[in-house]
Design a protein around this ligand. Structure first.
Ligand code: M6R
Length: 364
């Protein structure tokens, strides 16, 4: 039931602090990460030479973020594929490869197809999944379960943020086993992850700011989302959320790629959502924002609390709490979910059941 919320999607957006907390709780005990559920021994994990992550839609965006996390924290090369593409190229898998399939439903046909292909190559296969006993979990050696609870809205929200939390836990686990992350660092990272539900709550309390922004922009027919590095996939996710529930055309782009084409789209009618974490790419993204401004684009900045510099540069600013860089995607995605939601509602769209879409896509 909707518990007093107008839509399942809104209810599920608000359930994120609990969903993330439950996912962490299920895998962390006395400051130690327990992932027996993957059914891979430390010895097997140390032998992995390459990781392939496969998924569709929003889960694919989690996969892209997983690549950033795994390469940085676990020093293992990672390839990410849209599941429907994976087996139709010739990915160089073998028994030293680990395939991670990410799926909320565990029933997505394309992802199942990718797993079948990997099985044939004798690769190790684990999944990150929200539905106990689903087809994908049954085809995997082990599963890291997300504990998001049932997700009813077609637009994936809490499943996505719990996938990111699960990926981060897996990275800390693997990095520790490989001797790349010491106990002290692991504890510090876990602490930062454990604070995310509280930070998510802070964002949810500011939802009315996004409702007001939606009032200004719900009649637009195009949107652009820009991000860099680990937040580039969040630009893709923000755009996907908006297009699937509001039917507004939206594109996500790596901000540095703008000058190679999409900058031609910018005029004074185009809202451009820019994700601005305080990391080593900060100056670069600020200059991308200035490129948008000087062509008349309307900048909606999602920035880190305390970054006052942004106020005079952007047209609108929404702040999220400061967190570790690897965790910024979890927080940045929440305002984008809310923005898409309020825009879709104002356009009179059927938010929980957008046209032409099904919750789980069981055909290839
Ligand atoms: O159940 P899955 O995670 O395998 O589903 C994958 C996609 O179909 C799904 O994420 C879809 O893109 C959502 N509608 C996005 O909000």
């Amino acid at each position: 039931e909707k518990n007093g919320y107008d839509h399942f999607m809104l209810k599920e957006i608000y359930e994120q602090p609990k969903a993330i907390r439950d996912t962490i709780k299920a895998k962390v005990c006395n400051g130690k990460i327990l992932l027996d559920e993957i059914n891979l021994s430390p010895k097997e994990l140390r032998k992995i030479k390459k990781v392939f992550i496969v998924a569709c839609g929003t889960s694919y965006h989690a996969a892209l973020i997983g690549k950033y996390m795994l390469e940085k924290l676990c020093l293992v090369p990672v390839e990410v594929d849209i599941a429907s593409e994976f087996r139709y190229r010739s990915p160089l898998l073998d028994k030293n490869s680990l395939v991670i399939a990410i799926s909320q439903s565990g029933e997505t046909a394309d992802t199942l197809g990718a797993i079948a292909y990997a099985k044939n190559k004798e690769s190790k296969i684990i999944s990150i999944c929200n539905v106990v006993g689903s087809s994908i979990t049954r085809c995997s050696q082990g599963t890291i379960y997300t504990h998001a609870g049932p997700e009813i809205g077609v637009a994936s929200t809490k499943a996505f943020t719990t996938q990111l939390a699960a990926l981060y836990l897996f990275c800390l686990y693997l990095g520790s086993i490989k001797g790349l992350i010491d106990q002290k660092t692991c504890k510090r990272c876990l602490k930062a992850l454990e604070k995310i539900p509280e930070d998510a709550d802070t964002i949810l309390k500011r939802a009315s700011e996004l409702d007001e922004l939606a009032n200004l922009f719900y009649k637009k027919s195009n949107f652009l989302y820009l991000g860099r590095g680990i937040n580039y996939p969040i630009a893709l996710e923000g755009a996907l959320k908006l297009k699937e529930i509001s039917y507004i055309h939206a594109e996500g782009y790596p901000a540095g790629e703008m000058k190679h084409g999409p900058i031609a789209l910018i005029d004074s009618s185009l809202p451009v959502v820019i994700l601005i974490p305080k990391n080593q790419l900060y100056e670069k993204i600020i200059s991308n924002m200035e490129e948008v401004k000087s062509r008349g684009g309307i900048v909606i900045a999602i920035a880190i609390e305390g970054d006052k510099n942004i106020i005079e540069k952007a047209d609108h600013v929404f702040y999220v709490p400061k967190v570790l860089n690897e965790l910024t995607p979890i927080l940045f995605t929440i305002p984008l979910q809310l923005l898409a939601y309020y825009i879709a509602v104002k356009r009179g769209c059927d938010v929980d059941k957008p046209r032409n879409l099904a919750k789980s896509v069981t055909v290839e």
